[in-house]
Write a protein that binds this ligand. Structure first.
Ligand SMILES: [Zn+2]
Ligand SMILES: [Zn+2]
Length: 350
């Protein structure tokens, strides 16, 4: 029995496809980022415990970014030896050392691992009180965009955030074959896709464009150094390849995933507008426009979602009747087999 719903607008279908692709890209990158982040955290804490006197006392849950005194000291007035702009080493009046002798050293490590020139950790995304115990709080300092403060794990972080960590954190570079800081590298290109897809007000995409986004996501997940050897990353590649097949299926869960991603994106843009005091008029206007677009997208997606849900209920009723019929008419073994077939047909083909 064929339950096929065809959405007429192919460009919308392609947009949904690309949106789902972003979710698979995240799924493929998150376990890798989680593993490498934990290794780095382990290395940082071990190094601190082996080299510092008096003996550091892990965990520390008392320090704050606004008052933390780093381990390193300024060279002279306003000159940071690690070259960080507005470094805590240069604003000394209200700074105090970590009472457990650990957070100042973690602060230094994060700056030293930061890949930009000059190094620019994004402290606001992170909670210093969890630095000594939560690897992801350290990793989040490498996400150079607001809106990640409440993200507690790699799995909780979108693909843009994960790629930021890979590009901006030097520790990750030895685990990636691509030169992620080189000009026109693929990771930097793919990092922009989430914005490009979710900030398009008409929710439409050309098929060729959607396919080229997905192809690039696949190449990222097939990075020669480690990702290509990881089962989780290659499972995500399989899902991305399925998306490219004609007649790929979309479930109600997929729609919920897209809605969740747009909501998440809206929260991030809202966060940026909240911090708009430091932004120029032009940037502020741009943020406001993006938010309006996302809101329009959200209500459009919700409308489409409801419409599909309604159709799904109709299908479900039909299927239940079909199942009942099979239970009565056929043999028990046959029933189970047919039942599974019918059950697996409960999805949309759009
Ligand atoms: Zn400094
Ligand atoms: Zn501390």
């Amino acid at each position: 029995m064929a339950h096929a719903i065809h959405l007429k607008n192919n460009k919308y279908r392609q947009w949904v496809k690309a949106g789902l692709g972003l979710g698979y890209l995240k799924e493929g990158l998150a376990p890798f980022c989680d593993d490498i982040g934990k290794q780095q955290h382990n290395d940082i804490i071990n190094q601190i415990q082996q080299t510092k006197t008096p003996q550091p006392n892990v965990p520390c849950s008392t320090c704050q970014i606004t008052t933390l005194q780093p381990d390193h000291v300024r060279v002279s007035k306003g000159i940071c030896p690690l070259k960080q702009d507005k470094c805590n080493c240069c604003f000394t009046n209200n700074k105090k050392p970590c009472p457990n002798n650990v957070c100042g050293a973690i602060y230094d490590s994060i700056i030293q691992y930061h890949a930009s020139i000059p190094p620019a950790p994004f402290w606001k995304n992170s909670d210093v009180q969890q630095w000594s115990t939560e690897p992801w709080q350290v990793c989040k300092c490498f996400i150079n965009a607001p809106g990640y403060k409440d993200k507690i794990s790699a799995d909780d972080t979108d693909c843009t955030g994960l790629i930021h960590v890979i590009i901006n954190n030097k520790y990750f570079h030895s685990h990636i074959g691509c030169n992620v800081t080189g000009p026109n590298n693929l990771f930097s290109k793919v990092r922009l896709y989430r914005n490009e897809i979710f900030h398009s007000s008409n929710m439409e995409l050309e098929e060729s464009k959607a396919n080229s986004y997905i192809d690039d996501m696949i190449v990222v997940l097939q990075d020669s150094k480690e990702l290509v050897h990881r089962q989780d990353a290659q499972q995500a590649v399989g899902k991305l390849q399925d998306l490219k097949k004609k007649g790929f299926i979309i479930t109600t869960e997929d729609f919920e995933d897209i809605l969740r991603q747009i909501k998440d994106e809206m929260a991030k843009v809202l966060k940026s507008t909240e911090n708009a005091a430091t932004k120029s008029e032009e940037e502020y206007e741009d943020l406001k426009n993006r938010l309006t677009e996302l809101k329009a997208q959200m209500s459009e997606a919700e409308k489409k979602h409801l419409e599909l849900k309604r159709k799904f209920t109709v299908l479900e009723t039909e299927q239940k009747e079909e199942i009942k019929r099979l239970m009565v008419e056929d043999s028990p073994q046959q029933n189970q087999l047919e039942y599974e077939k019918v059950k697996s047909g409960m999805f949309y083909r759009i």
